[in-house]
Design a protein around this ligand. Structure first.
Ligand SMILES: NC(=O)c1ccc[n+]([C@@H]2O[C@H](COP(=O)([O-])OP(=O)(O)OC[C@H]3O[C@@H](n4cnc5c(N)ncnc54)[C@H](O)[C@@H]3O)[C@@H](O)[C@H]2O)c1
Ligand SMILES: [Zn+2]
Ligand SMILES: [Zn+2]
Length: 460
């Protein structure tokens, strides 16, 4: 089995950097709801309303009324708006000047189907890095001028869940109004509607814990994926629980799927197979030694995969596709219909009927060998999406899933991203670096998989 997290004992405090916890961490009483942690969501107050102690930084131009941010305006309608500059609202906040910010497959779910949980003007983006501008009085591990990556999870580092490395379930930032886990940057009401990082400046809540300090020197592309892609892919491989000499099949060769393949190879998995339907993505993975299968070029995918895996199927399958899988007409219809309904009604639909496009997940269940493991990193959202329970039970399938616990995996990843040899190939991972003005166009290009778009990094 692949190495497990080295820090199993949650009572042992971790170091204050990397995936560590502040040494003075003490569990605090839970807060009532996310808004008490984040202040009022998505409408940042003007700088003159800043309250509480703070350490001012050197460079923010307080008179600049034209800070830009990528904002949500409806299905397929993302714009760049001028927004008020964010300010320190809590002593645990920090402000960063964003230098790189990824567009993620999760953002595409907002662009396409999760509109009922968004408001016009919400600032998008959860994969930022940049330079610290100022910090609140309770933020001590970073200072103005530091180079930092911001995890997409907003997590406190000192609650019951964070103590176990389950930062995506942080009890300080759980969104109790919707009964969901930890808040995250730039996402839906289900995740706290926290203003996101596809912007020139970002307020980072829970900054006494979240920001990851990275060294000066190498390009942003070395580090920016520590915010999401790398820990998500690392967790996907970890949760896949691949036995020694075992086989892994990855569904979906977007950034998450492809990085999962690379990490599995890096960790010694000998047989990595992957399925997608975009020729350029298949080619990218093939160039990295992955056995690739084009979903659309074969009638009997399970038969083909079994033939490659001793007749049994792979020991583990990672689903890196999620709720908008190709080849699920009924789910697609439900998602389309929800798009025409008023938000409150659409939310009811999502929460009560089968809403996900399940073809990839169902294929994962079909493909995995009996007694094998499915690791689910693709995001699903329907509360009543039908699952083939008899097949899952009969095959004795194990399943692990969830949003990545970003900081839990940073100690494992940091040596790889700082290695001069760049073993995970992060330097050349992105296909597009664009100024913020081009973000709306790039959402469309990325979603339609045009122009070989694979990973887009905004340079605000
Ligand atoms: N768990 C987490 O913390 C976490 C973090 C980041 C992203 N995600 C999720 O991971 C998923 C992938 O993200 P991404 O950035 O790589 O997105 P992406 O949209 O670029 O990649 C998805 C890939 O799946 C392929 N695909 C579609 N239908 C398929 C099918 N039926 N079979 C095989 N492949 C199929 C697409 O062609 C595409 O290449 C998304 O659902 C995203 O929300 C989860
Ligand atoms: Zn992401
Ligand atoms: Zn916590």
């Amino acid at each position: 089995m692949l190495g497990a997290w080295s820090r199993k004992d949650p009572t042992v405090p971790l170091a204050a950097t990397g995936s560590g916890f502040p040494s003075a961490a003490r569990p605090k009483p839970l807060l009532d709801c996310a808004t008490s942690v984040f202040g009022h969501p998505h409408r940042a107050p003007s700088r003159s309303r800043a309250t509480g102690p703070r350490t001012p930084g050197p460079t923010l131009d307080e008179s600049d009324p034209t800070l830009k941010a990528v904002t949500y305006h409806g299905t397929h309608d993302v714009r760049v708006d001028n927004v008020p500059d964010p300010v320190i609202e809590h002593p645990t906040d920090a402000i960063i000047k964003v230098t790189s910010s990824g567009i993620c497959g999760s953002d595409l779910h907002l662009y396409e189907v999760l509109g009922p949980y968004m408001d016009e003007g919400d600032i998008l983006g959860h994969e930022p890095m940049g330079i610290v501008e100022e910090v609140g009085a309770e933020v001590s591990h970073i200072a103005p001028g530091d180079r930092v990556v911001i995890p997409f999870n907003v997590s406190c580092g000192h609650c019951f869940m964070c103590d176990q490395g389950l930062m995506s379930q942080c009890e300080t930032t759980q969104v109790r109004e919707y009964g969901t886990g930890a808040a995250f940057l730039g996402y839906t009401k289900l995740y706290g509607q926290v203003p996101g990082g596809q912007a020139e400046f970002l307020r980072v809540p829970q900054a006494q814990f979240g920001p990851i300090k990275v060294p000066e020197g190498p390009s942003d592309d070395r580090f920016v994926y520590l915010s999401d892609v790398l820990p998500t892919a690392w967790q996907a491989v970890e949760y896949a629980d691949i036995p020694d000499r075992g086989s892994l099949l990855v569904l979906g060769l977007g950034p998450i799927g492809e990085m999962s393949c690379r990490i599995a190879q890096q960790r010694g998995v000998e047989q990595v197979i992957a399925i997608d339907l975009v020729p350029e993505r298949l080619e990218r993975a093939r160039a990295h030694g992955v056995e690739v299968i084009n979903l659309e070029a074969h009638d009997d995918i399970p038969g083909l995969v079994r033939a490659q895996t001793d007749g049994r199927g792979p020991d583990a399958v990672i689903d890196a596709v999620g709720m908008e899988a190709h080849g699920a007409p009924i789910g697609k219809l439900a998602q389309r219909m929800a798009g025409f309904l008023p938000d409150a009604v659409a939310q009811k639909v999502i929460e009560t009927v089968g809403f996900d496009r399940l073809s990839a997940l169902h294929l994962a269940i079909e493909l995995v060998r009996r007694g094998g493991t499915i690791s689910l990193s693709g995001v699903y959202g329907g509360a009543a999406s039908p699952m083939p329970l008899i097949q899952m039970f009969d095959k004795q399938v194990n399943m692990r899933m969830g949003q990545a616990n970003v900081k839990r995996w940073i100690d494992d990843l940091m040596p790889l991203v700082t290695d001069d040899k760049d073993p995970l190939g992060v330097e050349s991972f992105a296909t597009h670096h664009v100024p913020i003005e081009e973000a709306p166009k790039m959402y469309e290009v990325f979603q339609k998989k045009q122009d070989n778009a694979f990973k887009v990094v905004i340079k605000p």
